[in-house]
Design a binder for this molecule. Structure first.
Ligand SMILES: NC(=O)c1ccc[n+]([C@@H]2O[C@H](COP(=O)([O-])OP(=O)(O)OC[C@H]3O[C@@H](n4cnc5c(N)ncnc54)[C@H](O)[C@@H]3O)[C@@H](O)[C@H]2O)c1
Ligand SMILES: [Zn+2]
Length: 342
């Protein structure tokens, strides 16, 4: 159940409708300072589990700490874990809850735009392992996802803009009309509650039809094959490091180019996508000498089958196809097109 409502209403209503033996809240230092004060008084006595923020903490070691604290507090299977934070806390706290004694109750209270429109819907949970993202994990739908845009008020602007890339993605793959609406406005002027509602509906619709990514769910990867490779490549360099959505913006331009080359987008459609993404995110510096490494990284993508690299590509605005093989040569052209933009 995903509920988009003031947390002061949705959380007490959820707690009143259930009976839990104990409650734990997982936070990091940022959500402890900014988000926890908004829910603290709504909760019964609880255990606060604090972890360090950041993707680099999404590890087995941190998961161990969470399991340890649940064990110390003698949690049984009737306990509730509340994950209060961005996608890192949601994925890892959810994974820990889903595996502790074969599964505790857990709810997600996502506090970043990315986690509200993407990570907290669809039931993917997990941790990174040996440098591989989300390598260990499970699918499990939380008992509830409680979303309130109020949490976004303390989010750094770059994080907010980064999450907006997933909103744009949802419009491009599934709702041409909504794309026309959002592209008329600067990202800072958007109505977040309205856009979260729209994005969640699209992601829920797709993931309910294909919960374990056998087919349709792959359309959610539009922009993510090259985008994720670009993100990974620049991870090593702190000066050039891109937030997820910033890399996905570059990924959506390069992958829209691949659609355009196949004549699945008109020149006008392609230009509106490119110009809006560039105006919103600027252009990442991707030198030509990095193309081979970036192209090589696309081979890591979980959507591939054997050696063939498969993309999810737009098929007109508001529609997307998946399992489209793309050659290294084509990827090279797409990256070169991106670098030539001004
Ligand atoms: N499960 C899925 O389907 C899915 C989908 C997309 C992404 N993800 C995962 O989500 C993670 C990224 O999520 P994210 O972008 O939310 O990153 P994040 O969880 O690292 O949060 C970003 C930063 O914002 C801080 N923060 C969170 N809420 C805040 C608030 N309200 N005010 C101030 N600061 C706040 C966090 O402490 C952190 O420093 C990745 O690990 C990714 O793999 C999962
Ligand atoms: Zn994404």
């Amino acid at each position: 159940m995903v509920k988009i409502a003031p947390i002061t209403e949705s959380l007490p209503a959820f707690l009143a409708a259930h009976s839990f033996s104990q409650v734990a809240v997982v936070v990091d230092e940022h959500t402890k300072a900014h988000s926890y004060p908004l829910i603290q008084s709504l909760l019964p006595a609880h255990t606060l589990i604090e972890i360090k923020s950041g993707e680099s903490e999404k590890t087995l070691d941190t998961a161990s700490l969470i399991w340890e604290q649940l064990t110390e507090a003698a949690f049984d299977r009737h306990g509730l874990v509340i994950n209060l934070g961005g996608g890192v806390i949601g994925d890892m706290g959810g994974f820990c809850a889903a595996t502790y004694k074969r599964g505790l109750n857990f709810i997600q209270i996502p506090t970043t735009l990315l986690s509200q429109v993407d990570a907290s819907v669809g039931g993917k949970l997990g941790i990174d392992f040996h440098g591989l993202k989300n390598h260990i994990g499970v699918f499990r739908i939380p008992d509830a996802v409680l979303i309130d845009a109020t949490f976004l008020q303390t989010l750094p602007w770059r994080e907010l803009r980064s999450g907006y890339a997933e909103v744009i993605k949802h419009c491009l793959i599934a709702d041409a009309q909504q794309w026309e609406v959002i592209r008329q406005k600067d990202w800072r002027e958007q109505d977040w509650t309205e856009l979260i509602t729209h994005s969640v509906a699209i992601k829920e619709n797709v993931t309910t039809q294909d919960p374990t990514e056998k087919g349709l769910r792959k359309i959610l990867n539009f922009g993510h094959t090259l985008g994720h490779a670009i993100e990974t490549y620049f991870l090593e360099d702190p000066a050039k490091r891109l937030l997820h959505g910033e890399a996905i913006a570059a990924g959506m331009i390069t992958e829209a180019y691949l659609s355009y080359q196949r004549e699945w987008l008109t020149t006008e459609e392609f230009e509106t996508i490119t110009s809006y993404l560039l105006a919103t995110y600027g252009k990442a510096e991707i030198p030509a000498e990095t193309y081979p490494s970036i192209i090589e990284l696309t081979a890591q993508d979980k959507k591939n089958r054997g050696k063939e690299i498969r993309f999810s590509l737009l098929n007109g605005l508001g529609s997307c196809r998946f399992d489209i093989p793309v050659s290294s040569e084509e990827m090279h052209q797409a990256l070169a097109f991106y670098s030539g933009l001004s």
